[in-house]
Design a protein around this ligand. Structure first.
Ligand SMILES: CC[C@@H](C(=O)O)C(=O)SCCNC(=O)CCNC(=O)[C@H](O)C(C)(C)COP(=O)(O)OP(=O)(O)OC[C@H]1O[C@@H](n2cnc3c(N)ncnc32)[C@H](O)[C@@H]1OP(=O)(O)O
Length: 252
């Protein structure tokens, strides 16, 4: 299995992508695992928070697994994969409990979208992260652009998306994308960050989270994500994007 789901006795669930040899790229197996973790965190009354991280120190997540998704050629084929993951990221965004991305290493492309869908982002000092999709002739295709627009001021979100390059954790902290920088063991850092939150009753946490969920539902975030997915699917079938994928896969 390419992931683990572990329940911590302090009341949180940890989802870890365990494909460090592929820089924790997301394939269909990981998508299924994420859905499971989200349902488990939603349904279990003794779980107060969901933590998402990656195995090792090299990468949090390198986005979609290009060795699998290179076979998606047309916009219809791309849409089917993109919308599947967009559904998952939307359900992560509106999960009724707090969610935390522990960015243990590089995060690029869809890896940044995954992090954006969490309420809090912790990053190891020295890592880099970027919405690099623009350099690959596509946009964010899992809804991460629309989600980012909810989390950052417009100019900060636009800069990240439109410059499309990896930024340092320190820069991302300064603009508010990262909420805490750590240098110790990732789950220790996470536990320290969560300590005060976990003291509260789960119903209180859920009541507070509802304030933002209501806002996202009322502002039709789901509809905006769908539009983003469709736009990306159209760009996906361009020659420029297919050339990027081939160049990455042939780089050795
Ligand atoms: C598809 C959805 C779309 C979205 O909607 O957002 C996206 O996610 S687009 C973004 C897709 N991701 C990428 O383009 C990132 C590609 N990877 C990299 O740029 C680099 O690997 C890295 C993440 C910056 C890490 O660099 P480094 O530490 O130097 O590792 P390597 O490059 O040597 O990679 C090691 C190993 O892992 C394989 N790998 C890495 N990323 C992916 C990936 N996204 N898909 C498939 N495989 C990936 C890489 O090919 C190497 O494999 P081996 O050569 O077999 O060792």
């Amino acid at each position: 299995m390419a992931y683990t789901i572990e329940k911590n006795e302090k009341g949180y669930l940890v989802f870890t992508i365990t494909r460090s040899e592929k820089r924790n790229a997301i394939n269909y197996d990981i998508m299924e695992g994420l859905s499971k973790a989200i349902s488990e965190a939603e349904g279990a009354s003794d779980i107060k928070a969901l933590v998402i991280t990656g195995e090792g120190e090299r990468a949090f997540c390198s986005g979609g697994d290009l060795s699998v998704f290179h076979s998606l050629y047309t916009k219809e084929e791309a849409y089917s994969m993109l919308s599947k993951m967009a559904d998952i990221l939307y359900s992560l965004t509106i999960l009724s409990k707090p969610t935390i991305a522990v960015i243990n290493g590089t995060a690029v492309g869809g890896g940044c979208e995954l992090a954006s869908a969490c309420d809090f982002r912790l990053a190891r000092k020295g890592i880099k992260a970027g919405f690099v999709q623009g350099m690959q002739a596509i946009t964010t295709g899992w809804g991460g652009g629309s989600i980012l627009a909810e989390k950052l001021p417009a100019e900060a979100a636009m800069k990240l998306l439109m410059e499309a390059e990896p930024q340092t954790a320190e820069f991302l902290y300064d603009i508010g994308f990262i909420h805490h920088l750590y240098h110790e063991e990732p789950l220790c850092a996470c536990e320290q960050f969560l300590e005060k939150i976990l003291r509260l009753d789960v119903n209180v946490l859920m009541a507070y989270k509802k304030i933002w969920i209501n806002k996202w539902v009322e502002s039709k975030l789901r509809v905006r994500i769908e539009e983003e997915v469709k736009t990306c699917a159209v760009l996906w079938e361009s020659d420029a994007h297919h050339q990027y994928i081939q160049a990455f896969l042939n780089k050795k």
